[in-house]
Design a protein around this ligand. Structure first.
Ligand code: SF4
Length: 313
C-alpha cells in the first residue's frame, strides 16, 4: 500500500491523476467548511520536513511506472502540500526521473512566502483556490489560521503570477447562499482578473462536506456564473474518459488501493467501479464486507451514497 501516493484517481480537472500526499492527516492552514478530508486537527502555518523526502521520491517513481494511464502527478491529499518544506526538492527530483507533468493543488494560503513560490516553480500546472473576495466570507468558508488574512492570500496569488511561467488554473468553490450572490461575485471577478489565470474553474459541493449545512450551487446557476466570469471560465465537468476507465487493477491489491483513495476523498460505488474495472455488483459485495469489518462507512449527499474511512467523518 502506498504511503505517500494514491491512485491514479479519475480527477475532474486532471484526467487520471497519481495523487501524492506529503502532509500528515490533517495538517492544514485552513479548516474549510467544504473539506472532504475531515476536520483540521493541526491548524498551522509552520513548514516542516514531515517525512523522509527520498522515500517519497522513490515511491512516486515506482508508482509512475504502472501500466495504467497517468495524465498528471498531483500534489494534493490530506492537507496543504506547501506546508511540507521538502516540496521543492521532491518536485525537482521527480522531474529528473519521471516524464509526466506535475500538478500542485494548493489553498493559496502560503503563496505570499517567497520560499514557497520558489519551491513550486517547476510544477507544470498550479491549481490555487480562491473562494472569497470579502474577509468575512473568507473566514466563514476557509476558517484560516489566525496569521493568514485574505489580503495575504490575494497578494500571494499575484506574486505567483509574476514569478511563475507555468499554467495557473484557479479554482473557486461556490456555496449556495454564501459566496454566490451578485455583490460577492462582482468582487471575485475584479480580483481574479488581476491574477490573469489561464483558466478559472468553478466548482461546487458534490461530495459530503465537513459541515453538513453547506449546500452546492445548482447546475443552471453554475452556468450563469460561468457566463458572468466570461472567457477562460469553465464549470468543472464530470470526468469523461469512459473508454479508459476499465483498466486493470491487480485483483490482489485493489481493495488496498481503494482504501488509499477513500482515505483522501469520498467515493461512490460508481467511482470505484470505474477505477477498479470490476463489475458494480462485485464492488458492492466487497464494500459491504469492508463495511462489516469497519474499514469503510457510508455518508450521504442528497440521495447519493459515498464511502469514507470511519475517521473521515
Ligand atoms: S479543503 Fe483543502 S485547504 Fe480546505 S481544509 Fe481541506 S485540505 Fe485544507
Amino acid at each position: 500500500m502506498g504511503k505517500y501516493t494514491f491512485g491514479p484517481v479519475p480527477s475532474r480537472r486532471l484526467g487520471f491523476s497519481l495523487g501524492v500526499d506529503i502532509i500528515p492527516k490533517k495538517y492544514c492552514t485552513f479548516d474549510c467548511v467544504y473539506c472532504q478530508v475531515g476536520k483540521t486537527t493541526c491548524n498551522t502555518i509552520e513548514r516542516k520536513s514531515f517525512f523522509d523526502p527520498n522515500s517519497i521520491v522513490q515511491e512516486i517513481i515506482e508508482r509512475s511506472k504502472a501500466k495504467r494511464p497517468i495524465d498528471f502527478i498531483t500534489f494534493s491529499g490530506t492537507g496543504e502540500p506547501t506546508l511540507n518544506s521538502d516540496i521543492g526538492w521532491i518536485i525537482r527530483e521527480v522531474k529528473r526521473y519521471v516524464e509526466l507533468p506535475i500538478a500542485l493543488i494548493t489553498n493559496s494560503s502560503l503563496l505570499w512566502n517567497e520560499k514557497v513560490r520558489a519551491d513550486i516553480v517547476e510544477a507544470d500546472v498550479i491549481l490555487p483556490s480562491f473562494d472569497a473576495a470579502s474577509e468575512d466570507i473568507f473566514c466563514f468558508i476557509n476558517r484560516p489560521h489566525g496569521m493568514i488574512s485574505l489580503d495575504m492570500l490575494i497578494e500571494g496569488i499575484r506574486l505567483l503570477r509574476k514569478d511563475y511561467r507555468g499554467k495557473i488554473w484557479l479554482e473557486i468553490m461556490l456555496i449556495d447562499g454564501i459566496n454566490d450572490d451578485e455583490e460577492e461575485l462582482k468582487k471575485l471577478k475584479g480580483i481574479v482578473k488581476t491574477f490573469n489565470p489561464e483558466k478559472i474553474q468553478l466548482n461546487t459541493v458534490t461530495r459530503p462536506p465537513l459541515d453538513d449545512s453547506i449546500i452546492g450551487v445548482d447546475s443552471l446557476r453554475m452556468d450563469d456564473i460561468r457566463e458572468f466570469f466570461g472567457e477562460g471560465c469553465e464549470v468543472i465537468g464530470d470526468f469523461d474518459k469512459d473508454d479508459l476507465y476499465a483498466y486493470d487493477y491487480e485483483s490482489s491489491n485493489w481493495q488496498e488501493r481503494i482504501l488509499e483513495m477513500i482515505g483522501r476523498r469520498s467515493l461512490t460505488i460508481e467511482d470505484i467501479t470505474k477505477v477498479s474495472g470490476l463489475e458494480s455488483k462485485e464492488v458492492e459485495r466487497c464494500l459491504k464486507k469492508m463495511e462489516r469489518e469497519g474499514k469503510v462507512k457510508r455518508r450521504f449527499l442528497d440521495d447519493t451514497i459515498f464511502f469514507v474511512v470511519p475517521d473521515e467523518v
